[in-house]
Design a protein around this ligand. Structure first.
Ligand code: UDP
Length: 473
């Protein structure tokens, strides 16, 4: 009897770094709000930020907490990427799981080594890949059905086979591990294995966004679509303090936005990991200025290799002009992205198409200028521009990884053209705005009681309860 009534205990093991740690923390919060006892496994360096995101939930009595492992990894800054080796956490994780046997552990796919440990302990393992259904299908179908090495050139378009929509890509837009599987240490096998031997996966998306792709995903293995999880941040404080402490004060940011007309501001950000070279930043600056539109631009990390120590990417007098005219707000560091995207003044988002940013743009009802750089971002671009038709492509053609050489600078003219096209009062732009607002409404309904994401979260909890009565999963 006790096994039926005791609340489900879920462990969450996020990968350190913005685009993975942030949504996994939100996922844990979502499940706590559905009554699951949620524990987020952290390291000494990731714990403070995660704690910051859950303190309000704890104060309101939600069953959520952190367990900090007595071990760390070298790079737990928001810049931690998929190649960071987190195996130092293996033994402390094993010890923790031996002491507490949760009903399941949700593991980020980038903890590639962790699947064996959990498997041997017989604890149901649920994978979090960080992507949506569309890009998962695109990548799987390319991996399984396209001989990319036989394409005549990096820029020869090919149609991704067996998809509900006609999606064209080029080899230059594919992650290096799809072009050359041996490029990841140990190959992609360990990451795929995490998925293959798992109980299923949790996906930060919602059914109505990509129904055909969600069906395909669910047909393969169990999958629960519980997003957009960013919508679990309801108050201004929750939206402001997500991820890192923002560089700009919440009030100052709102004051600037409040002074602008609805839909008149473009928000520009390339996420938490990307490092743009100075020559690319300069083209963005010129393009934004020439577009004559208002903007908030989060200048993230810069490739300093070619800098002489000064910030010499900035065009002469650019920041003074932008400040003086009130046209542009240039932020260095971390922006309160959700707060900005959900503000009425924001009418466009120039994004690198990281999945979280993409989903946050969609659920805020903001059309996008797509500028993919890495990971599965080129697939996300196709979802936005071809399937959903709520964005304009800037014309990025080259997948670039971490510190690799920047292959192609997108010129200022293309930046200006894309901004003008997206922020225009044209029929085309109005069509995009209408469609994306419709998506935003569906996103909100999905996470409310009676919605599909709400139902999927409940369903997983029920399945985990049922597992208590079987020795197999
Ligand atoms: N983010 C933010 N402020 C910033 C930069 C990023 O709040 O200045 C958040 C953003 O809202 C998103 C995450 O960091 O939730 C970035 O994830 P995404 O998948 O878009 O890109 P990644 O950083 O993994 O490349």
């Amino acid at each position: 009897m006790e096994a039926e009534t005791r609340s489900v205990e879920m462990f969450f093991f996020p990968f350190m770094g913005g685009g993975h740690q942030i949504p996994m923390t939100d996922i844990a919060r979502v499940f706590a709000s559905h009554g699951a006892t949620s524990t987020i496994i952290a390291t000494p360096s990731s714990a403070p930020q995660i704690q910051n995101s859950i303190t309000r939930d704890q104060q309101s009595g939600l069953p959520i907490s952190i367990h900090t492992l007595p071990a760390d990894i070298a790079d737990t800054d928001m810049s931690a990427g998929p190649l960071v080796d987190s195996s130092a956490l293996l033994e402390p994780l094993r010890q923790l799981l031996l002491r507490h046997r949760p009903d399941c552990i949700v593991i980020d796919m980038f903890h590639r080594w962790a699947s064996d440990v959990v498997h041997h302990l017989g604890i149901p393992r649920i994978v979090f890949t960080g992507s949506g259904c569309f890009s998962l299908r695109v990548h799987d179908n390319i991996r399984n059905h396209v001989a990319v090495q036989n394409l005549s050139s990096d820029h020869e378009p090919f149609v991704v086979p067996n998809l509900p929509d006609r999606i064209q890509m080029t080899r230059s837009q594919l992650p290096v591990f799809l072009r050359n599987p041996s490029s990841l240490p140990g190959g992609v096998r360990p990451m795929k294995q995490i998925e293959e031997n798992s109980f299923g996966s949790i996906i930060n998306s919602f059914y109505e966004l990509e129904p055909a792709y969600a069906d395909l995903t669910k047909k393969g293995k169990k999958a629960w679509l519980v997003g957009p999880v960013s919508l679990s941040n309801r108050t201004a404080a929750e939206k402001t303090e997500r991820g890192k402490p923002p560089t700009i004060d919440e009030q100052e940011c709102l004051k600037w936005l409040n002074s602008k007309k609805p839909n008149s501001v473009l928000y520009v950000s390339f996420g938490s990991l990307a490092r743009l070279p100075p020559e690319q930043l300069k083209e963005i600056a010129y393009g934004l200025e020439a577009s004559e539109k208002s903007f908030i631009w989060v200048v993230g990390k810069i490739r300093t290799e070619t800098l002489d120590g000064s910030e010499n990417w900035v065009p002469e007098g650019f920041e003074e002009r932008m400040k003086g005219s009130g046209k542009g707000l240039v932020l260095r560091g971390w922006a309160p992205q959700l707060l900005i995207l959900e503000h009425d003044a924001v009418g466009g988002f120039m994004t690198h198409c990281g999945w979280n940013s993409t989903l946050e743009g969609l659920s805020s009802g903001v059309p996008m200028i797509t500028w993919p750089l890495s990971a599965e971002q080129f697939s996300n671009e196709k979802l936005v521009t071809v399937v959903l038709r709520v964005g304009v492509e800037v014309g990025s053609r080259e997948w670039v990884f971490g510190n690799d050489v920047w292959k192609e600078v997108v010129g200022r003219e293309r930046v200006e053209v894309a901004v003008r096209k997206l922020m225009a009062e044209s029929e085309e732009a109005e069509g995009m705005r209408t469609r994306v607002r419709d998506i935003a409404g569906k996103a909100r309904r999905a996470v409310e009681e009676g919605g599909t994401s709400y139902a999927d979260a409940e369903a997983l909890i029920q399945e985990l309860k049922a597992l208590r009565f079987t020795s197999q999963y």
